[in-house]
Design a protein around this ligand. Structure first.
Ligand SMILES: Cc1ncc(COP(=O)(O)O)c(C=O)c1O
Ligand SMILES: Nc1c(O)cccc1C(=O)C[C@H](N)C(=O)O
Length: 458
């Protein structure tokens, strides 16, 4: 029997009152009441949304922002910090800021801040470039490690031998596995990396990678959370299986970092990449990051050995000699304005534990699914996000044939999610600023929109 609206609205109020992260919401800019009516940030073709959320006031009480899994909201501390970076550090200190304002060391300093959120001890994460570029560095770097190990008969990290038999040289490591439903950029880059390294690329469903990995696999590239379905993949189990086969694993954390604990060190992950503009709220185009586990750093041979990763960058030597540690993952001059905006954005995480964020994330997605079940006529939408907590990230994806029109109308009424072709409504739940009342309202507006546009599940 469906739960009535009043009951769920009351429950939302109680859940909000008991929410230990509730105060964090005030650290974000979420009020769009004075927004420029020409501003159309959720209306870009890139975002696959066809409508403008400047009409959000139609709904009467502002916007419910459920697109933080694409672009996180603005942390309130960022504008003043950026004004200082521009006015004082750049405007007055100019070149001195590379030293005096800590610009030169920002990629590693901010990397350590992200490291805490993804379970990496200091010295293993460097911030810079886009996720796409870091996928390239990570996959090629990982293949080179796997191939060097196979050629030299070295011990992999978990102690299993690279030789297939005592005294016999191991088979060549010439295969890259990629999760079949990967975000496209990872697949494109893995394909290019495979061509460059003499590997073949084999797409495999992420849950099957543990079984598919074999003696010729060099690297598996896997998304921790699927960008369309919100499915959370088994990072500990897949990593262990890849290691048991003597290969390396690269995880893409775009849709998990800042939404759930990752445990990179605890699970022995080799390399990882991620963006910072989703749950880490770094801003549009904010720099991504690269994790290279400490044990691999001495052998990490970057395919983009720029001068910033040189052991002595200002020596300007003609020959390349790599820096030690995380800095080896750098390429060229860091994008300081975006990088320092990200650093200010990360201050909202002070005192916040990834476990608390995960608990609230699951509570939010559970509650949304319950509200949808209560409000939306049976069969009108179908959830493609797993119900099991251990398989769910921080978004809910609902399938319906008219998803494009439905999302456009939702946005017009102040509920901002996004649409992924051909038939997915995507709702992201950012625990630092999303409340249970937002969730209840989103489901209520969704049900109203669906009732007015009766259609079929895809
Ligand atoms: C899983 C995943 N990887 C990579 C990217 C894109 O990376 P980039 O920062 O290079 O645009 C995204 C989103 O844009 C993503 O969802
Ligand atoms: N990076 C994006 C962009 O520059 C424009 C629009 C959307 C994005 C995204 O991040 C999309 C996102 N990775 C997704 O999961 O679909």
């Amino acid at each position: 029997m469906s739960e009535p609206h009043a009951t769920l609205a009351e429950e939302a109020a109680k859940l909000d009152a008991a929410d230990e992260l509730r105060a964090k919401r005030a650290e974000f800019v979420l009020d769009d009441s004075d927004s420029d009516s020409d501003s159309d940030s959720d209306n870009s073709d890139n975002n696959d949304n066809d409508n403008n959320d400047s009409d959000a006031d139609d709904a009467g009480d502002g916007t419910v922002y459920l697109d933080g899994n694409s672009l996180g909201a603005l942390p309130a501390a960022v504008p003043a910090r950026l004004a200082d970076v521009i006015g004082r550090e750049w405007g007055r200190l100019r070149i001195r800021s590379w030293e005096e304002s800590g610009w030169w060391t920002a990629p590693e300093r901010i990397g350590d801040r992200i490291g805490r959120l993804v379970g990496a001890a200091p010295g293993q994460v460097v911030v810079g470039d886009s996720t796409s570029v870091n996928v390239f560095k990570a996959v090629v770097g990982a293949v080179r490690i796997a191939q060097a190990r196979a050629a030299g008969g070295e011990e992999p990290r978990d102690g299993t031998r690279a030789e297939s038999q005592e005294g016999t040289r191991a088979e060549p490591r010439d295969e890259i596995l990629v999760d079949e439903s990967t975000f496209p950029t990872d697949g494109y880059i893995a394909e290019s990396a495979a061509r460059m390294t003499g590997c073949t690329l084999r797409p495999v469903p992420a849950p099957d990678i543990a079984a598919a990995v074999g003696p010729r696999t060099a690297v598996a590239l896997v998304n921790h959370v699927d960008y369309r379905t919100g499915r959370l993949h088994d990072l500990p189990g897949t990593t262990a299986a890849v290691h048991a086969a003597g290969a390396l694993v690269v995880w893409d954390l775009c849709h998990s970092a800042g939404a759930l604990p990752v445990g990179l060190d605890a699970h022995g992950v080799d390399l990882a990449v991620g963006c910072t503009y989703k749950y880490l709220n770094g801003g549009p185009g904010s720099p991504a990051y690269l994790y290279v586990a400490r044990a691999h750093q001495p052998r990490f041979d970057s395919p983009l050995p720029g001068w910033n990763s040189h052991a002595d960058p200002f020596g300007m030597a003609p020959a390349y000699a790599p820096a030690d540690g995380a800095r080896r993952g750098r390429v060229g001059t860091p994008d300081i304005l975006s990088m320092l905006a990200l650093e200010a954005a990360l201050e909202v995480w002070d005192g916040v534990s990834p476990d608390a964020v995960r608990a609230k994330s699951l509570a939010l997605t559970d509650f949304f699914l319950r509200c949808v079940e209560a409000y939306v006529p049976a069969g009108r939408v179908e959830s493609v996000t797993p119900a099991a907590h251990q398989e769910r990230g921080s978004q809910v994806a609902l399938r319906c044939a008219d998803a494009g029109e439905v999302m456009a109308e939702l946005i017009r009424r102040g509920v901002v999610g996004d649409f992924r072709r051909p038939d997915i409504l995507r709702f992201g739940f950012t625990p630092l600023y999303t409340g249970f009342a937002d969730v209840e309202r989103a489901a209520r507006v969704l049900a109203a929109v669906l009732a007015e546009a009766p259609g079929e599940v895809a």
